[in-house]
Every structure is written in C-alpha cells, then in structure tokens.
Design a protein around this ligand. Structure first.
Ligand SMILES: [Zn+2]
Ligand SMILES: [Zn+2]
Length: 135
C-alpha cells in the first residue's frame, strides 16, 4: 500500500501531497544538490506525481533532464523531477509528522566532500552507477 504524505513549505503558501511506495530516504552528494540545499539532498523518491494546493511551485530547469521546484515566496525546495518520466525526489524535511523513514541509499558518493560523512549503513553508488541502476 503506498503511503500518502503531505508537506508544506516554510511560509505555508504551498501544500504538496504525494504517494510514496517505500518509506525510504536517500542522500545525493552531487555538487548541484549541495549548492541547491546547502548540504546533501535528503529525499524520498516517488514514481507518482505530487499534487499542489495553494501557490504553484516556481520551476528551475537545472539540467537537460531534470527540473527543480521551489516556493517562489519562501524558497523552500519542493521537488527534483526527471522530465522524461514520472520520477520525483521530495526533500524529506518537507513532510509533516514523524515518519519512520529508512535511510538506505547514498548516491554521487564520489562528489561527497571529505568534511562530513553519515554513520548510517547504506548502499553507496557513484553517479555513474546511480544512472545505470536507477535510470
Ligand atoms: Zn513558501
Ligand atoms: Zn544531486
């Protein structure tokens, strides 16, 4: 059974609802995510499109294959999506309530700076491996 989760941006203008198949969190260490969020992007993956209530997200085309959505009023990051299929990464901090997320995957580990590391035991993939295995 997919889980329906809800989250809001910092200013409350936008509410996001999305179905999550697996309550799992992954971290992306790539330099773009770190610039976008200020640190590694901790996110929940979904193959379902979210619905939005309130203010429509602002959208930034961050590469030829992906877009990043954010609240145009408070700047909260709302999603990263692949444009050629329904594939979303939602920042885990967006969701209201305490889900027992399972942090089980780190990607772009070759771009992780040396000055931090997570103690969680997770699968670790390079960017190349992530593209191969996750599409
Ligand atoms: Zn906002
Ligand atoms: Zn990334």
């Amino acid at each position: 059974m997919p889980l329906e989760k809800q989250g809001t941006c910092l200013c409350g203008a936008t509410t996001l609802r999305i179905l999550i198949d697996e309550p799992q969190v992954s971290a992306c260490h790539c330099s773009m995510c770190r610039k976008w969020t200020g640190g590694p992007l901790l996110c929940v993956h979904s193959d379902h499109a979210p619905t939005f209530e309130g203010r429509a997200p602002s959208v930034y085309d961050s590469s030829e294959w992906a877009q990043r959505g954010f609240c145009g009023q408070c700047g909260t990051h709302l999603y990263y999506r692949l444009t050629d299929k329904t594939s979303y990464a939602i920042p885990a901090g967006l969701f209201d309530g305490d889900e027992a997320w399972d942090f089980n995957l780190q990607i772009f580990v070759e771009q992780k700076p040396a000055w931090y590391c997570f103690a969680n035991q997770t699968t670790e993939l390079t960017g190349e491996q992530a593209f191969e295995q996750l599409g």
